[in-house]
Design a protein around this ligand. Structure first.
Ligand SMILES: Cc1cc2nc3c(=O)[nH]c(=O)nc-3n(C[C@H](O)[C@H](O)[C@H](O)COP(=O)(O)OP(=O)(O)OC[C@H]3O[C@@H](n4cnc5c(N)ncnc54)[C@H](O)[C@@H]3O)c2cc1C
Length: 403
C-alpha cells in the first residue's frame, strides 16, 4: 500500500488551505447570517456564488472525479487528503463542486447516462450551474433494505407514471436543485434485486411537491432534507438510467466512492473539533491551571488524536483498494470506515463540547451543528448496523480465520 503524497497533491493541498484560509473561513459568518428560515428555498447567500467562481479560478474544481475528462483526474488516494481539508468547513465542498449528493450523481451520469442525459444534466452539474438529488429513502418502509422501496413507476405508453413519497432527500430545496435521480419499483415480480429502476425526474415536473423540510437536531441547511410527494408524475422512458431493474447495481456503484468521500470529510470535521478543543484547553484556566495542564483533558485530546489517526489509515486503505481493485474489492473496508469515521467524529466533537463547558452547546460555537452533521452521517448511505452486518457475515464465512 502506498499512500505517499504526489507532487500534484502537495501543490493542491497548499492551494486548498490557502483557499480555505483566505476565502472560505472569512465567508462563513456572512453565509450563515444571510441564511434563515425565510430565505429557504428562494434564496441562498450570494457568498457561495463568489466562492464557486474563486475555487474554479484556482483549479480546485471537480477534484472528486477520477475521470480526467472532467477534472484533474485524481485517484482516490490522491483525493483523500484534499476531501479531508474540505471537511473543515461546511461551505468548502459545495464551493469546490465536490459535495454530496451531486458527486455521486455526476459519477452515475458519467458512467451510465445516455449522451442526451449527459448533455442535459451532467454538463451543467459539472459546471456547478445546477444541483441534483438522490431519491431512495421512504417514510413508510425501512429503507436500509432498499428492496422494500415502494414508490411505483408504471409504464404507460412511452412514459412512466410515478406515485409515492420520499423523504430526507438532501438538497431538494436548494434554489439551484433541478433534478432527482429517483429510485422506484418497476418490476414487482422480478427477483428482489432486479425490481427497481432509476429515472431522472425534473423537480419542476407536474405532480412533484416538496411537502416539508426535515430538520436534523433542529438544524436545516440551504438544500435541506425534503419530504417529496410524487402524484401521477409522468417521466419519459428515455429518462431512465440504464435498463429496468438496474437500480441496485447502479446504487452500489454510486455508494462506494460516495460513502468514502463522506468519511474523508468526517476526518476533516474531527480535526477541526480537535483544534477547537486544543485552543480552548490552552487558554481556559480552572482551579489555578490551564485546562491543558489537567491530565483528564490531556487524555481527551490524546485519545482524539489517536482515534483520528486510526480512522485516517483505514480511510486511506479503503481509497487505495478502490483505486486498485474497484468497488467490489474495497467494499468491506468502505463499510468498515463508514462505521468508524462518523463515530470517531461524534466522539471527538463530544469531547470538544465538554472541554468548552456551556459555550460548547451554545450558538457561539459551531460544535452542535458539527455534531448534528456527524451523527446524521451514521445514517446516510446506510446505517452502521447494515455495514456491520455485511462485515460480520463475511467474517463468519472465513474457514481458517486468515485474511
Ligand atoms: C441528514 C440525512 C440526509 C439524508 N439524505 C438522503 C438522501 O439524500 N437521499 C436518500 O435517499 N436518503 C437520505 N437519507 C436517508 C438515509 O439514507 C436513511 O436514513 C438510511 O438509509 C436508513 O433508512 P431508514 O431511515 O429508513 O432506517 P430503517 O431502515 O428504518 O432502519 C432503522 C434502524 O434499524 C436498524 N437496522 C436496520 N437494518 C438493520 C440490520 N440489517 N441489522 C441490524 N439493525 C438494522 C438500524 O439501527 C437502523 O438505524 C438521509 C438521512 C439523513 C439523516
Amino acid at each position: 500500500m502506498d499512500f505517499s503524497e504526489t507532487e500534484r497533491v502537495r501543490e493542491l493541498r497548499e492551494q486548498l488551505w490557502a483557499f480555505i484560509d483566505e476565502c472560505v473561513r472569512p465567508a462563513e459568518p456572512r453565509y450563515w447570517a444571510e441564511f434563515s428560515a425565510e430565505t429557504i428555498p428562494q434564496r441562498i447567500s450570494p457568498v457561495m456564488k463568489d466562492l464557486k467562481a474563486e475555487a474554479r479560478k484556482r483549479g480546485l474544481w471537480n477534484l472528486f472525479l477520477p475521470d480526467a475528462r472532467f477534472g484533474p483526474g485524481l485517484t482516490n488516494v490522491e483525493y483523500a487528503p484534499l476531501a479531508e481539508i474540505s471537511g473543515w468547513s461546511p461551505l468548502a465542498p459545495e464551493a469546490m463542486n465536490c459535495s454530496a449528493p451531486d458527486t455521486g450523481n455526476m459519477e452515475v451520469l458519467a458512467q451510465f447516462g445516455t449522451p442526451e442525459q449527459q448533455e442535459r444534466w451532467l454538463r451543467p452539474l459539472l459546471a456547478g450551474e445546477i444541483r441534483s438529488c438522490i431519491g431512495m429513502t421512504e417514510p413508510d418502509v425501512a429503507s436500509s433494505d432498499p428492496t422494500q422501496l415502494a414508490l411505483r413507476m408504471e409504464r404507460d405508453g412511452d412514459d412512466y407514471v410515478i406515485n409515492g413519497r420520499k423523504w430526507f432527500i438532501s438538497g431538494a430545496a436548494h434554489p439551484q436543485a433541478r433534478v432527482v435521480l429517483l429510485m422506484g419499483l418497476t418490476n414487482p415480480d422480478a427477483e428482489r434485486h432486479r425490481r427497481h429502476t432509476i429515472v431522472l425526474v425534473p423537480l419542476d415536473a407536474p405532480g412533484v411537491t416538496i411537502v416539508r423540510q426535515m430538520e436534523v437536531f433542529g438544524f436545516d441547511d440551504p438544500g435541506s432534507h425534503c419530504e417529496i410527494v410524487f402524484d401521477n408524475v409522468r417521466a419519459p422512458q428515455r429518462d431512465r438510467i440504464g435498463e429496468e431493474g438496474m437500480a441496485f447495481l447502479i446504487a452500489q456503484m454510486r455508494l462506494g466512492p460516495g460513502r468514502l468521500h463522506h468519511c474523508m470529510r468526517m476526518l476533516g470535521l474531527a480535526e477541526r473539533a480537535l483544534s477547537l478543543m486544543v485552543e480552548r484547553a490552552r487558554t481556559r484556566v480552572a482551579f489555578g491551571k490551564r485546562l491543558a495542564e489537567q491530565g483528564v483533558v490531556r487524555e481527551q485530546i490524546a485519545r482524539s488524536r489517536v482515534e483520528i489517526e486510526q480512522a485516517r489509515l483505514l480511510c486511506h486503505k479503503a481509497a487505495w483498494l478502490l483505486d486498485t481493485e474497484g468497488g467490489r474489492g474495497a467494499r468491506f473496508e468502505i463499510s468498515a470506515i463508514k462505521v468508524v469515521a462518523p463515530n470517531v467524529a461524534c466522539a471527538v466533537i463530544d469531547r470538544a463540547i465538554q472541554v468548552h463547558g456551556a459555550a460548547g452547546v451554545s450558538q457561539d460555537m459551531p460544535l452542535t451543528q458539527m455534531y448534528a452533521y456527524a451523527r446524521a452521517t451514521r445514517f446516510m448511505d446506510g446505517p452502521d448496523e447494515v455495514h456491520l452486518a455485511a462485515i460480520g457475515r463475511e467474517e463468519l464465512k472465513r474457514e481458517d480465520g486468515r485474511l
